[in-house]
Design a protein around this ligand. Structure first.
Ligand code: OFO
Length: 177
């Protein structure tokens, strides 16, 4: 059974994952309107991943005798300055999420909730991957700078990465949900 403190903290994290999903969906939609099909494909996969993160937490809360609360939708930004700014925002956002996950892990230790602590290790590893990926993409975009043909190839690369990420998510969804 979850303590009130752990349950509230997990519900806060559910909200964060839900808002990450909304945020990346807004980015995907914007990129699509800019003709950046690879970038948008990548971000559409990413928004689904965040929804899966939310769902996984919600189901865990319910399984442990709590009540997973579906958060209200907040309007994310509609337009973005550039592709580079989108990925810089993602990196910044993921660093914030990592800090929140760490905070959550600390709460479970204080509450001596080792089951939830163990469950959260999946999120700890996922955050390492998410931050590394965002950082790698930001570095690529720094190299490209204002080079239009560079951006064209970058968009194509991201199309390939979207396929890899989608395959990974399908596998994770089957085994982790
Ligand atoms: Fe759920 O990892 Fe990103 O936000």
């Amino acid at each position: 059974m979850l303590s009130a403190k752990v349950s509230a903290a997990l519900n806060k994290q559910i909200e964060m994952e839900g808002s990450s999903s909304q945020y990346y969906l807004a980015m995907a939609s914007w990129a699509e309107t800019q003709g950046l099909n690879g970038v948008s494909a990548f971000l559409y996969v990413h928004t689904d991943e965040e929804r899966m993160h939310m769902l996984k937490l919600l189901k865990f809360v319910n399984e442990r005798g709590g009540h997973g609360i579906v958060p209200a939708l907040k309007q994310p930004p509609v337009t973005f300055k550039s592709v580079k700014s989108v990925f810089e925002e993602i990196l910044k956002h993921e660093m914030k999420v990592t800090a929140e996950i760490n905070n959550l892990v600390e709460i479970t230790l204080k509450e001596k909730d080792y089951t939830t602590h163990n469950f959260l290790q999946w999120y700890v590893s996922e955050q390492i991957e998410e931050e590394a990926l965002a950082r790698q993409i930001v570095d690529k975009l720094k190299l490209i700078g204002d080079d239009k043909s560079g951006l064209y190839f970058f968009d194509r690369d991201l199309e390939g990465m979207a396929k890899t990420e989608a395959a990974k998510e399908a596998k994770t969804g089957k085994t982790e949900k």
